[in-house]
Design a binder for this molecule. Structure first.
Ligand code: ZN
Length: 385
């Protein structure tokens, strides 16, 4: 953090932040602390959008953003940083333009990259506070471990459908993410928002809470969410709180840590299994699948998505068996035929093919890229979602 005593607010800034300056909890000193502070937001998506907007509006002097995606139409339902005119363009360019329009007095730094074990410490080390706005387990563990090693507070948020969570991990004074979740869930068990959906306002609530916690940490006011997991249910409109304790046996922040440097997080979370074990030989491309259909091959098409996805679109002739029911409904699969399994983007169906092959249904193949790739490349009458 910059030296607060050397920070000066211009007359324009005093006018801009007057509603903050009037509150004794913030005041001129607090506003100078905000100007001197730096926050890194990982992910310019659902959580990152409100967090970044509020931090920029509040006058946090330096905001960093990590993302590598482009704006997709399906983002706009909740990722309020981005507008329709930015669809197809990099999220970071969109975010930077929006944030500087909101507040030209701040600095916005963009890191257009996938956060990895090789670059995480280098990127994170220059910021006071880290906000996790990611939606995948490898990055969550990576960010947590990097924050523990660097001794930085991590403002955590997660969202799914109508429910969200938020807390502040600071291993110097409280638990870390691994104290709460020592092991990642088995791959495919916890659906992502891309698979299970998310209520559009939900990341607004959780991301705003993350911004609140970051600002409180910067100005040193109030009671931070350290050691408390805040649970929010939008449907019942209730907040609950769980007490979190530091785990003395935590492999990264405990008394005898076994993890002392960043590891291979994709391997740790088992997500690479789908890529390697379901290699090209167990997959068919949408083009190959189309040829099989045209040749009139005997194919059993299994759709392992959820019924709500089936309602949106499906491949003609397919049979719906959601992934969670696959093991109990194996008898419904005609094993005399070649089995082609598909889902939305090819992740769940890759797990399904592994499962089918493990139980001896060896003529089963994954439709690479799922119904989304099939709609994009073969059949444009199928809507993409
Ligand atoms: Zn820990």
């Amino acid at each position: 953090m910059l030296n607060v005593n050397e920070v000066i607010l211009t007359n324009e800034e005093i006018r801009r932040y007057s509603r903050h300056l009037l509150m004794p909890e913030v005041g001129l000193t607090g506003q100078k602390k905000l100007k001197a502070a730096s926050v890194l937001i990982i992910g310019a998506g659902g959580l990152g959008s409100p967090a970044a907007l509020y931090l920029a509006a509040a006058g946090v002097g330096r905001i960093g953003l990590v993302d590598f995606d482009v704006v997709d139409e399906s983002n706009l339902q909740r990722q309020i940083l981005h507008g329709t005119s930015w669809v197809g363009k990099p999220k970071l360019a969109s975010a930077k333009a929006r944030l500087l329009d909101l507040n030209p007095d701040i600095t916005v730094e963009t890191h257009e990259t996938v956060l990895t074990s090789a670059n995480a410490l280098e990127i994170l080390k220059d910021y006071d506070i880290i906000i996790d706005g990611t939606d995948n387990f490898p990055t969550r563990y990576l960010v947590n471990d990097a924050c523990v090693f660097l001794g930085k507070p991590l403002v955590y948020g997660s969202i799914f459908r109508f429910e969200g969570q938020a807390t502040v991990f600071d291993a110097r004074v409280g638990p870390c993410y691994r104290c709460l979740y020592p092991e990642p869930p088995p791959p495919g068990l916890v659906p992502s928002c891309a698979e299970g959906g998310v209520f559009g306002v939900l990341p607004g609530v959780i991301g705003a809470i993350q911004a609140t916690e970051a600002i409180k940490l910067i100005i040193g006011q109030g009671e931070p969410l350290i050691g408390r997991l805040l649970l929010y249910d939008a449907l019942s409109m209730r907040f609950r709180e769980l007490k979190l304790r530091k785990n003395p046996a935590c492999p990264v922040c405990g008394e005898n840590p076994t993890i002392r440097e960043l590891i291979d997080y994709e391997a740790f979370c088992g997500v690479r299994v789908t890529g390697e074990e379901i290699g090209a030989s167990f997959s068919v491309t949408p083009e190959e699948f189309k040829e099989m259909l045209e040749r009139g091959e005997r194919i059993e098409i299994i759709d392992v998505r959820e019924p709500v996805e089936w309602e949106i679109c499906r491949i003609p002739g397919a049979k719906l068996i959601p992934l969670s029911q696959l093991t109990s409904r194996l008898h419904e699969i005609d094993q005399t035929k070649k089995v082609i399994v598909y889902c939305h983007t090819g992740q769940r169906s890759a797990l399904a093919v592994k499962l089918l092959r493990d139980v001896g249904i060896t003529r089963s193949y994954n439709l690479a890229g799922g119904i989304d790739a099939y709609a994009a490349r073969i059949d444009s009458s199928i809507p993409r979602y």
